[in-house]
Design a protein around this ligand. Structure first.
Ligand SMILES: *Cc1c(COP(=O)(O)O)cnc(C)c1O
Length: 422
């Protein structure tokens, strides 16, 4: 099936006379008829559901759908994108280990990696995504267990040279984890380029309607965890009656380990109702992404035409620094986020945003409605000026997240606001 079809059909096939739409299983637990049965499920938790702290039938359907959309073998939903990022790392690194991350990532992730994981003894080594293979490789140490990056970064819309990063990670026998939130599998499928793990904040385009926060981790099933670098995958897990993940779950050792260790212990799992709402968003994902791309391209060209911006960054624009990479990795469109630098700095940026009537000033992105945010004083507020620059953010930068309104109305709204600045 093609992705447009998978959005509608993957993950759930009704039984004869069963409900057409996947039902909401709002239950903490699952009843068994014998202790033998319960024992068997504990032996092999992939058989059926045990407890909603780490699996749920409704969420399971969503996991299967997203895994299928990405072309992976298995997925695990999490209660937020932040939790997907954190678990994707903690599944590979423990105290004393390190990992590489590009610096142009979401501000919340920067804080999680640089501050919170550091407290847990895991070191994040930040690199410039545009650095050469040699420069990045030089930062990898014997204890480095993963490479992390965003395919299309939030908010600087840097397009990642995925193949360069795959090469670096695989040369050092460590997996590449890509945050694919902005492109979604509709615009880019990182596994096809060799990435090993994909994560998403489903709060963004996947949910699409600003209804619920969530995340997901997807396993390509292709990384060789028996290469000697990952004893936790190849030696018996004493916390799970001696399971050896690469032996017992060779089809998806990464995601099964994440569920059996991290999700079992942390329990950051979505409820059935959240899975139901996320599925509803996913059903129209392909349709919506096409329209986001069209509207954003029109808006990017319009922003340039006004002459009111120091910089209009959208990788779909000819002449953009990342145009060539976008042609390669995002041939069907560059998603819906435009990074704008208003002439006149911080004050002008605020005036521009305050003058918008339809577009909302809110801490969100990738919503069905147009929204704007000033990263330097909001999502990236905790960062130092130095970190801001490394993230590709300057004080006048406005993140413009194009919605699905008629594009003429978005232009009108912007045009009215720009009148105050002229
Ligand atoms: C929002 C976002 C996150 C964090 O996700 P939450 O669902 O808000 O926890 C991670 N990565 C990217 C690219 C994001 O845009």
């Amino acid at each position: 099936m093609k992705n447009e079809t998978k959005c509608l059909h993957s993950g759930y096939t009704p039984v004869n006379a069963g409900p057409r739409v996947m039902p909401i299983y709002q239950s903490t637990t699952y009843r068994y008829t014998s202790t033998d049965e319960v024992g068997a499920v504990f032996n092999d938790p992939t058989r059926s559901h045990i407890y909603t702290r780490f699996t749920n039938p409704t969420v399971d359907v969503v996991e299967k759908k997203i895994a299928d959309l990405e072309g992976g073998v298995a997925a695990m939903c999490t209660s937020s994108g932040q939790m997907a990022s954190m678990m994707s790392i903690l599944n590979l690194c423990h105290a004393g280990d390190s990992f590489i991350s590009t610096s142009t990532i979401y501000g919340g992730t920067v804080n999680l990696f640089a501050v919170t994981l550091k407290k847990l003894g895991v070191e994040c080594i930040f690199v410039d995504p545009d650095a050469t293979e040699e420069e990045i490789s030089a930062k990898i140490k014997p204890n480095t267990k993963a490479v992390f990056a965003e395919t299309l970064s939030n908010p600087a819309v840097v397009v990642l040279d995925i193949e360069k990063f795959v090469k670096i990670a695989h040369k050092h026998k460590i997996p590449l984890i890509l945050d694919n939130t902005f492109p979604t599998p509709i615009l880019c499928r990182p596994f096809e380029w060799g990435a090993d793990v994909v994560i998403h904040s489903t709060s963004k385009y996947m949910d699409g309607h600003a209804l619920q926060v969530g995340g997901v981790i997807v396993d390509s099933g292709k990384f060789d965890f028996t290469n000697g670098n990952f004893p936790e995958f190849t030696e018996p897990d004493e916390s799970y009656h001696g399971t050896i993940y690469t032996r017992d779950y060779a089809f998806a050792p990464y995601i099964i380990k994440a569920r059996m260790q991290l999700m079992r212990d942390f329990g950051a799992y979505p409820a059935g109702h959240s899975g139901f709402l996320l599925n509803l968003g996913l059903e129209t994902l392909a349709l919506r992404m096409k329209r986001y791309c069209e509207n954003a391209m029109t808006m990017a060209e319009y922003f340039v035409s006004t002459g009111m911006f120091e910089e209009v960054r959208y990788p779909g624009l000819k002449g953009d620094k990342y145009y060539d990479l976008a042609q390669k990795y995002l041939p069907n469109g560059c998603s819906g986020v435009i990074s704008l630098t208003v002439k006149g700095g911080k004050q002008a940026a605020a005036k521009f945003m305050d003058g918008l009537k339809m577009a909302s000033n809110e801490v969100h992105v990738a919503d069905i409605r147009t929204c704007v945010l000033h990263p330097a004083t909001a999502t990236h507020r905790q960062l130092t000026d130095e970190q801001l620059i490394a993230c590709g953010i300057n004080p006048g930068l406005v993140r413009f997240s194009v919605g699905l309104e008629n594009v003429d109305d978005i232009i009108n709204d912007v045009d009215n606001s720009l009148k105050n600045l002229r």
